[in-house]
Design a protein around this ligand. Structure first.
Ligand code: G3D
Ligand code: MG
Length: 167
């Protein structure tokens, strides 16, 4: 089985770094900001099913403009990436979810609060977590640098997608 998934989130929240960490298990301090789209694939095993994840790394907000919205077409799910050290990115969450939903309907997603390794700059609070969970959003803190919860996030998303496609 093959499924397209998209990385969604503001500029510089860590979409490309998370994808690279998941696909290659590496983190580069010098990773270049993405211009356009990059597509990676990874095979994952869930119970009896082998799922090929086709991972689309979209370039921040620009990729959500009507002009580029085709990037989202056909996505079975997405990772919404926010930066736990920048409140503005946390506040963009609703708009991003709405924009994606308008374009492709309601598909499974996981919210990643990324850069969890930057403890001294961290602003995502317990209240924020409670609020997000109140919307029914599965929310994980992650770090593309240490790899914390990266594998887990993609697997969670895969499981949600497979649950949907089995229904
Ligand atoms: P984007 O693809 O969402 O635009 P990038 O974001 O993956 O290009 O990451 C933007 C910057 O944040 C990069 O730094 C990257 O190294 C850094 N980054 C991404 N994820 C993490 C993380 O979990 N922890 C830390 N400490 N840094 C992270 P530069 O300096 O290259 O702009
Ligand atoms: Mg990028």
């Amino acid at each position: 089985m093959k499924k397209k998934i998209c990385l969604v989130g503001d500029f510089s929240v860590g979409k490309t770094s998370l994808t690279q960490q998941f696909v290659n298990q590496i983190f580069s301090e010098k990773y270049l900001t993405t211009i356009g789209v990059k597509i990676d694939t990874k095979l994952i095993q869930h119970n009896e099913t082998e799922l090929k994840m086709i991972i689309w790394d979209v370039a921040g907000r620009d990729a959500l403009s009507p002009l580029n919205a085709n990037y989202l077409t056909g996505a079975a799910g997405f990772l919404l990436v926010l930066d736990g050290t920048r409140r503005a990115t946390l506040e963009s969450a609703h708009t991003l979810v709405e924009t994606v939903t308008k374009k492709i309907g309601s598909v499974p997603f996981i919210v990643l609060i990324n850069k969890f390794d930057l403890q001294d700059k961290w602003v995502f609070s317990k209240n924020d977590q409670t609020e997000f969970e109140g919307y029914g959003w599965k929310t994980l803190k992650s770090s593309a640098k240490t790899g914390e919860n990266v594998e887990l996030a993609f697997h969670h998303l895969a499981r949600k997608i497979l649950d949907v496609s089995i229904e």
